[in-house]
Design a protein around this ligand. Structure first.
Ligand code: ATP
Length: 228
């Protein structure tokens, strides 16, 4: 059974339809890439999973529960951890306070998060709003891990970061995968994303148009669905 199983999802913003039939699943311990050009529905799919927008039709099963229509806090408590686009942390809390505020019991503890991102240990008493963009991203991932999510969702986690920091984030994602963490990841850097992904889903105009192993996403398909 999949950890996350989405079938034929249709989501609207007011009268405007954004998703026209998204199907997607993530198995336990799998890293799944959600891909597509700008505006194709990736963030709307994530917002639908989290209950931030309410799908009009279709099904979302998470850990064996039907979650479409549940409140966001209830879905989060079932074990969905989001690292949102734009790396939101509490700006006026320190690194340590940000991490502790998110903590829910489980394997991910403060010391394990700091092992993953040693910089967060070095910056422990610094306010989040004084961190670099890359450090804030590490903190956003650390916060999501502190909730001990069964599924971690990363929305554009490397966007806008310096290349050397991107490498740190990708290394962390590979470490998480090796530790068996289930991850749904949206990212535009195919050269890093494809090697770490077990499977890929591609959205085009709000619908799933491809699903398969990274190796099946040929240059022609990449050009058709992901080219600029
Ligand atoms: P990006 O990579 O640019 O973030 P995306 O694939 O995540 O793109 P979405 O943000 O899900 O795409 O957008 C899907 C469609 O829904 C787009 O046509 C977009 O204009 C529309 N949309 C997104 N958010 C809203 C909103 N709050 N209100 C109305 N329409 C929206």
């Amino acid at each position: 059974m999949s950890l996350l199983d989405i079938k034929s999802l249709e989501t609207f913003y007011g009268a405007s339809q954004a998703l026209f039939g998204v199907s997607l699943d993530v198995g336990e311990g799998e890293v799944v890439a959600l891909m597509g050009r700008n505006g194709m529905g990736k963030t709307t799919t994530i917002n639908s999973i989290l209950g931030l927008v309410r799908p009009r039709s279709g099904a979302i099963d998470f850990a064996g529960r039907k979650v479409a229509g549940l409140r966001p806090y209830r879905i989060a408590r079932l074990g969905v951890g989001l690292v949102p686009e734009g790396r939101r942390c509490f700006p006026n809390l320190t690194v340590h306070e940000n991490l502790i505020a998110a903590a829910r019991g489980g394997e991910w503890t403060l010391s394990r998060v700091i092992d993953l991102f040693p910089r967060l240990g070095e910056r422990r008493d610094q306010y989040a709003n004084t961190l670099s963009g890359g450090e804030q991203q590490m903190l956003a991932i650390g916060r999501a891990l502190m909730t001990n999510p069964r599924l971690l969702i990363l929305d554009e986690a490397t966007e806008g970061l310096a290349p050397v920091i991107r490498q740190d984030i990708w290394a962390a994602i590979r470490t998480l995968k090796a530790a068996g963490q289930s991850i749904l990841v949206v990212d535009k850097t195919l050269s890093e994303l494809l090697p770490v992904a077990d499977r890929c889903f591609v959205l085009e105009k709000g619908a799933t148009v491809f699903q398969g192993a990274p190796g099946e996403l040929t240059a022609e398909l990449q050009d058709r669905y992901l080219g600029v």
